[in-house]
Design a protein around this ligand. Structure first.
Ligand SMILES: Cc1cc2nc3c(=O)[nH]c(=O)nc-3n(C[C@H](O)[C@H](O)[C@H](O)COP(=O)(O)OP(=O)(O)OC[C@H]3O[C@@H](n4cnc5c(N)ncnc54)[C@H](O)[C@@H]3O)c2cc1C
Length: 496
């Protein structure tokens, strides 16, 4: 793959620009044409970031806090973290397929950064490492578990440990902490071990795969922590909609924002597109066709008053397709109705986890069975049958949930869009307009990947050294004929 030259390599870079600023120098040429000594206001900025979702917030944090860039403005027409970034299930994993190790390497870096932030903040966003527990009732899937675990280990997810005897040393997870927990993958095929540690799963489970450098955290707390740290370094939030991006001599010159106080123009040499599901329309303002599409995804939350899902459970996923459980009477009724699809097989992947600490009884469930690309519109309309479908599906794996089928609990449904590239790898790097960058296409993994995406973005902007996986996330990867050929035979997307 070709490596695009970072925009600022060879010229002064941001540190140089700040130095020039401190020295009161006025820059010219391709540098900082809008610098106005002594009058830093919302009418000028060194960088304007469009979008205060987790992508834009993480970008501001990495640029301002970790790279010392000053005079950054984030523009959003909504309050921060409220369009997609508050809809997430807030899980993270270094469990990703190839090709190549780019995804695992990037996610390991993101988790390293999350752990650093958790440590420095006293774990304000309650990061755990309970793992992702995949379960199957199909003996034919067992070799697939072993193959997937071996592949993940080869890609850098950590070692594989096989547990096929009652005495095998399987280390259970800790419910709250991420420290001193194993990484890698445990594959358990011994029934007594399965029953001892996960007795709440269906009796016909034949194998478990426990991916360990995985878990969850509060995405809102993470986002607020990053935003507050960025604001401490002077990052400013401007309420409004980015309506235009103007260029001069082929590079970004200013951003027009319409907001509560009317329309204003912010002169800036750098623009970061972090528009989440609205990325395509933002790209059009720059004359760039950004190759992303959206899928609608929802989650449900309900109070598990019967305690079907243990409060210390990991994120648990059923790896087999499912036929929803219905009584004979319900089956007959559905067969003759417009809802007969509910009798068909649903794809593998229903999953869920307990949510909240202390007295919380809340459980989150997700099932990605409908992945039609769709135009993003708001508010999002959800399938009213979704909560029932998910609870029924999940009861295949956790029989304790069947007690709810005769009288469904009141479930809270919300969701948003996964904004994706065709191979489900995010975008972080320069756009083909000088001074413009993108951080987006974070799909269903944006909370966990926002740190590495912002780390890459900031390295591109400041001309810092790029890691080996950087090119796998740049837009110009699609210019490479070898990559385009690879796309034709791309395997799994890693979406759960
Ligand atoms: C149901 C569901 C479950 C998920 N589960 C997980 C999970 O378990 N783990 C995980 O890591 N991720 C998960 N995700 C994915 C994650 O939530 C997203 O990847 C992430 O929130 C995307 O962040 P973003 O900043 O790119 O977009 P957004 O949060 O949508 O932010 C984009 C912002 O840009 C602003 N904007 C756009 N255009 C303009 C404009 N012209 N002017 C001004 N402002 C503009 C918008 O107002 C918005 O605030 C899940 C997502 C969903 C929907």
């Amino acid at each position: 793959m070709r490596q695009r030259r970072p925009a600022l390599q060879g010229d002064r870079g941001l540190a140089g620009a700040s130095g020039a600023r401190r020295a009161g120098l006025r820059s010219g040429g391709r540098g900082w044409p809008y610098y106005n000594p002594g009058a830093v206001s919302e009418q000028t900025a060194e960088i304007v970031i469009c979008g205060a979702g987790i992508a834009g917030v993480a970008a501001a944090y990495h640029l301002a806090v970790r790279h010392g860039v000053t005079d950054i403005v984030i523009v959003d027409e909504r309050p921060p973290l409220t369009l997609t970034s508050d809809k997430s299930a807030e899980c993270y994993r270094n469990w990703w397929p190839g090709p190549g190790d780019a995804m695992v390497a990037a996610m390991n870096r993101s988790i390293d950064l999350l752990e650093e932030e958790a440590r420095e903040s006293g774990n304000v966003f309650r990061m755990n490492r309970r793992g992702y527990l995949f379960a199957t009732g199909d003996p034919e899937r067992v070799p697939e578990f072993v193959r997937a675990a071996t592949e993940a280990a080869a890609l850098g997810a950590g070692p594989v440990r096989m547990h096929d005897r009652p005495g095998s040393e399987y280390q259970p997870h800790h419910a709250e902490s991420f420290e001193a927990q194993p990484i890698g993958i445990d594959v358990i095929t011994d029934r007594s071990l399965m029953r001892r540690h996960f007795g709440w799963l269906t009796d016909d489970t034949v194998a478990l795969l426990h991916a360990r450098r995985c878990g969850w955290f509060s995405g809102q707390q993470l986002g607020m922590y990053l935003l507050e740290r960025a604001r401490d370094k002077g990052v400013r939030l401007v309420a409004g909609r980015v309506e235009r991006v103007t260029t001069a001599g082929g590079r970004v010159a200013s951003v027009q924002v319409s907001g509560p106080g009317g329309t204003r123009s912010i002169a800036t040499p750098r623009f970061v597109a972090a528009a989440g599901p609205l990325m395509r329309s933002l790209g059009r303002l720059l004359g760039v066709d950004i190759p992303v599409f959206c899928e609608r995804h929802a989650k449900i939350a309900f109070n598990d008053v019967l305690g079907a899902v243990p409060r210390d459970a990991p994120l648990t996923l059923w790896a087999d397709p499912v036929r929803l459980p219905w009584s004979d009477e319900e089956r007959a009724e559905l067969a003759g109705s417009e809802h007969r699809r509910l009798l068909e097989e649903f794809p593998a992947g229903v999953h869920g986890r307990p949510e909240g600490a202390g007295e919380s009884q809340s459980v989150l469930l997700i099932w990605t069975y409908d992945v039609e690309p769709t135009e993003p519109t708001f508010p999002i309309v959800m399938d009213p049958a979704y909560p029932e479908i998910v609870i029924r599906g999940m009861s295949r794996m956790i029989p304790g949930l069947r007690a709810y089928l005769s009288r469904l609990p009141r479930a809270f449904v919300d969701g948003g869009y996964y904004t994706k590239t065709r191979e489900n790898r995010f975008l972080a790097g320069p756009l083909p307009v000088e001074g413009a960058y993108i951080i987006g296409a974070l799909s269903g993994y944006g909370m966990m990947s926002s740190n590495v995406a912002a780390d890459l973005l900031a390295a591109h902007v400041t001309g810092s050294r790029l890691p080996h996986y950087a090119s796998a996330f740049q837009l110009d990867r699609y210019d490479d004929p070898a990559y385009r050929t690879l796309l034709e035979s791309w395997g799994e997307s890693g979406q759960l």
